[in-house]
Design a protein around this ligand. Structure first.
Ligand code: ATP
Ligand code: MG
Length: 566
């Protein structure tokens, strides 16, 4: 493709409102332009990268027997009302009305549409399992669209849905999809990890997120340095650490802790360490006021605690609710003397026999508090956030943290949607049963950004060859020079004939401008036709390593092919 009339408007300056490096580079490399917040036009270079990611996805999914289809973007409200998500999706669902005043939504995901469709299309167990997918634009009115394609309001997703007669069959397809995702992200070139994840509002059981490692990532991954264990920090289980050594203070004693709002304030007033103090938090578990106890240096993991305690909803109680129920401000709470309220304590405080805690009297704490004697716990549970340096939950190695971008998720949904939407099949005995269902998503446009987050330097993008918009950037350094122009035109035709994907800078620009743009756009191989054109010599530079070679034009194709198959 000739660059002289190509729609790739490169920019020198870093756009002020783009925080993520991938966002900056996609704008600067002329790959996209913003049309509204979180809504972008993909220009030709971006379109080619997207097409390559999509092609890899199609190959890997087709190979395991998944079938591509296209579902509508416009969804009648009734489907979403049936599943309950017309309400629960809230403002994220983009809603509109047709000319008759009927409600519709723009699809943020397609469980409702596909489940309704499958129930009509399939009546028998003989057709199962079934695995279908589509690659399509999705709409979510995100609260904070940001980082360019990483969090858009209009974005491209590959979504797949599988239907089964048994849980075992779902399990099998789930792991097939897990393996296919692993192959897809490997082929794309990403450094990533599948991590144990939260199943969120949809319910269901097993779920893994595929996380591309990058500092801009909004998720924290807890992984072991001694095994394959990796989990979203929201889900990382913890083991009870060694109990902190007991205090020698045997008697319960009340001490003033003026203005203590945090554990650290109380520790200072008492002359103790944070980990010798109980952190008492009051939450509402499905509306029931409940006290949670953690060690003072730990933080509550609300997602995990919600699961552990079997609550649909866990929210922090307000200061007024706390004052009314306990007669003290949140900084002075503790379990001593608490009645009629369930108390769940984190494993980390099991076995700590003398400890300090709030006295349920504003600005006072107890010291020398003993479990059993001074307070009792309804049950010990895994409530805290895992910390870097903790033992890995699988017993091998210690926990480290990394930031990740969720590029995909696989999900065993179970029968939730099938039951809500009445999606049934007939089994061998002609009995109607709800389908078991799996859902699988890949953020296609987000993946493109994630690749750039991982592959760039201060001058621009460094595309991995499998998803590079073109493989070779051919530069004619001086288009006014007859010799250079002729050789460039000849090489352009030769490369095309040899099926090398070539982007040809035939613009009447200075060499310096061309080099800068080439670095910015970041194609893997740069071929410059310059002063040695008369000797049939060109300069080849590899974008990632910076390696340079003078190559004779007769050897050029072989040289390029060798580089691309490395
Ligand atoms: P997130 O937690 O980042 O909001 P999600 O868990 O809500 O994402 P899913 O419903 O699992 O997203 O969607 C499947 C995939 O679609 C995600 O793994 C992600 O890669 C991609 N995706 C989701 N929301 C967006 C968005 N706003 N912009 C770009 N890609 C997105
Ligand atoms: Mg997800």
């Amino acid at each position: 493709m000739r660059q002289s009339n190509y729609l790739a408007p490169t920019m020198r300056d870093v756009p002020a409102d783009a925080d993520a490096i991938s966002h900056q580079l996609m704008l600067r490399a002329g790959m996209m332009r913003q049309v509204a917040a979180g809504v972008y036009a993909y220009l030709p270079l971006a379109k080619r990268v997207i097409a390559k990611v999509e092609a890899i996805i199609r190959e890997e999914l087709d190979a395991i027997g998944a079938q591509e289809l296209t579902l509508p973007t416009l969804h009648p409200a009734e489907l979403w009302q049936k599943s309950g998500r017309w309400e629960s999706m809230g403002d994220e669902l983009i809603r509109l009305k047709d000319r008759h005043g009927r409600d519709f939504a723009l699809g943020p995901t397609h469980e409702e549409v596909i489940t309704t469709l499958i129930q009509d299309g399939i009546a028998s167990y003989k057709k199962l399992p079934l695995n279908v997918y589509q690659i399509q634009t999705k709409y979510r009115d995100e609260r904070r669209p940001r980082f360019g394609l990483l969090r858009g309001r209009e974005f491209i997703m590959k979504d797949a849905y599988s239907f089964h007669d048994t849980e075992e069959s779902l399990d099998e397809t789930y792991w097939e999809m897990h393996a296919a995702y692993t192959r897809i992200f490997k082929r794309v070139g990403l450094e990533f990890r599948p991590v144990i994840a939260d199943s969120g509002a949809i319910g269901g059981k097993d779920t893994h997120e595929f996380m591309a490692l990058a500092s801009v990532g909004e998720d924290t991954i807890a992984y072991s340095d001694g095994s394959d264990y990796a989990a979203n920090i929201e889900m990382a289980a913890t083991k009870a650490p060694e109990p902190v050594s007991a205090q020698d203070h045997a008697q319960l004693e009340k001490k003033p802790t003026p203005n203590a709002k945090t554990v650290a304030d109380a520790a200072e007033a008492l002359g103790m360490q944070n980990n010798e103090i109980l952190k008492a938090l009051v939450v509402k578990l499905d509306d029931e006021l409940t006290m949670l106890l953690l060690r003072g240096d730990d933080e509550l993991n609300e997602v995990k605690a919600g699961h552990e305690l079997g609550a649909k909803e866990l929210v922090m109680a307000s200061e007024e609710e706390i004052l009314e129920a306990f007669g003290a401000t949140p900084g002075s709470l503790g379990p001593v003397g608490v009645k009629d309220v369930k108390i769940y304590a984190d494993y980390a405080i099991q076995g700590m026999n003398r400890i300090a805690c709030g006295a349920n009297e504003t600005n006072y704490h107890y010291i020398g508090v003993g479990p059993g004697r001074d307070y009792s716990v309804t049950e010990y549970k895994d409530l805290r956030f895992i910390q870097a340096g903790d033992a890995s939950p699988d017993g091998q190695g210690t926990i480290q943290f990394a930031e990740g971008i969720e590029v995909g998720q696989v999900f065993k949904v179970g029968t939730g949607y099938s039951e809500a939407l009445g999606a049934q099949f007939l089994d061998q005995n002609g009995k109607a049963k709800p389908f078991y269902m799996g859902c699988y998503g890949i953020g296609v446009s987000r993946t493109v950004s994630a690749v750039i987050e991982q592959f760039h330097d201060e001058n621009g993008i460094q595309w991995p060859a499998p998803v590079a918009p073109y493989h070779v950037h051919l530069l004619c350094l001086n288009v006014k020079n007859e010799e250079q122009m002729q050789l460039s035109e000849h090489l352009y035709e030769t490369l095309k004939k040899n099926r090398v994907e070539v982007f040809y800078d035939d613009r009447a620009e200075r060499a310096g401008v061309k080099f800068k743009d080439a670095d910015l756009i970041g194609l893997p191989i740069r071929v410059s036709v310059g002063k040695r054109a008369g000797e049939s010599m060109v300069e080849v530079k590899l974008r990632t390593t910076g390696e340079q070679h003078d190559v004779h034009v007769d050897d050029l194709i072989a040289f390029i092919e060798a580089q691309l198959t490395k």
